[in-house]
Design a protein around this ligand. Structure first.
Ligand code: UT7
Length: 333
């Protein structure tokens, strides 16, 4: 018997977000590390960040964001087939997506984590699309979340002022019309040392002829200038490639929702693409750099305040450790 392969499109039908309640201003940060509101704001655009308390968890923020997104999509948790959590800071190295599955009550869903640092949300979107397009899954919850405050050295002013915590989610559903118009993903492991959150090993002699290593993690290290140069060069390029793939031009873009690392990077990307700055969503001032959460946090904010409207075309772009970078052209709803 002939097997007919069906292909499906996907639609982004809901979004949600959650951040820890404790907001910390630049002034407050400057009380415990040698910096200033002026330095942080002019170099990065960041003014505040939300920091997780010991009681907060990635699972709890991710579950809140996921439930909001499901509600907007009008989908019950029981109908979810896949939960994909893009994160570099799981509550458990074995994965946190399963804990979110239990928390939201989605027993049919396969749940797993995906790690691609600040590109995680875009990489997760493209991964989810493959399952939907092949007809494997119909209803996917994609979450991007990170609690980087737990992994920075709070004595290192070069990194600790930059990061904040949060989670954002979208619902992706099989649809007759495909809203993912194009994408491009890239990795360059030769530049891996630019940005790391590395395993730290301590030798441990179990017996006379057996020595193993105990693992923990060293705080984040970043060559800020190298990552900056990489971002302003590679992000416009990958957006142009994704647009070409979608047979679109920058004229067709309604919104750019990019990884929120630095306002100067957002401005430079808009400049290079000749896209007006008011089409670039920015919420750095409130949240800082929230890694895999930053794109869905910004997207959720702009959808809920009415800026991003159904049928509009968004360019999503992520970049960061790996090094990784990627872009996806998606219609909202
Ligand atoms: O999400 C992952 C992707 N990450 C990124 O995209 C980050 C990309 N990089 C950046 O956004 C910028 O490189 C930073 C915001 C991290 C740094 O800005 P910069 O303009 O590249 O500063 P810099 O590293 O060149 O440092 C300039 C000066 C240095 O002092 P000297 O050597 O010139 O005397 C630093 O020691 O600023 C000093 N500095 C600070 N001063 C006050 C560094 N951090 C601070 C600070 N407060 N927090």
């Amino acid at each position: 018997m002939e097997r007919i392969l069906e292909r499906f499109g996907l639609a982004m039908t809901g979004c949600g977000a959650a951040a820890p309640t404790r907001s910390v201003s630049n002034e407050e940060v400057s009380l415990f590390v040698e910096t200033s509101d002026e330095w942080i704001a002019t170099r990065t655009g960041i003014r505040n960040r939300c920091l997780a308390s010991p009681e907060d968890s990635l699972a709890q923020l991710g579950a809140t964001a996921a439930l909001q997104a499901l509600e907007m999509a009008g989908l019950a948790p029981e109908e979810v087939d896949l939960i994909l959590l893009a994160t570099s800071t799981p509550d458990d190295l074995f994965g946190t997506a399963g804990v979110i599955q239990a928390a939201i009550g989605a027993p049919q869903a396969v749940a797993f984590d995906l790690t691609a640092a600040c590109s995680g949300f875009v990489f997760g979107l493209v991964t989810a699309a493959q399952y939907i397009r092949t007809g494997t899954f119909k209803n996917v919850v994609l979450i991007g979340g990170d609690l980087l405050s737990r992994w920075v050295n709070w004595d290192d002013r070069r990194t600790c002022v930059l990061f904040g915590d949060g989670a954002g989610a979208v619902v992706l559903q099989a649809s007759d019309v495909d809203s993912l118009l194009g994408f491009q993903l890239r990795s360059d492991g030769t530049q891996n040392s630019c940005l790391n959150l590395k395993v730290k090993l301590e030798s441990h002699e179990i017996s006379e002829d057996l020595t193993i290593a105990h693992g923990s993690f060293s705080p984040i290290t970043m060559n800020g200038q190298e990552v900056y140069k990489f971002a302003v060069r590679k992000v416009p390029e990958i957006i142009e490639k994704a647009l070409f793939h979608a047979q679109l031009t920058t004229e067709d873009i309604d919104w750019i929702v990019m990884h929120q690392a630095n306002q100067r990077i957002l401005d430079s990307v808009a400049d290079r693409l000749k896209v007006p700055n008011d089409k670039v969503v920015s919420n750095l001032a409130t949240y800082g750099n929230t890694s895999a959460a930053s794109i869905p946090l910004a997207l959720n904010e702009a959808v809920r305040d009415g800026r991003i409207k159904p049928g509009e075309t968004m360019v999503l772009a992520g970049f960061g450790a790996g090094l990784t970078w990627g872009s996806a052209i998606v219609k909202w709803k």
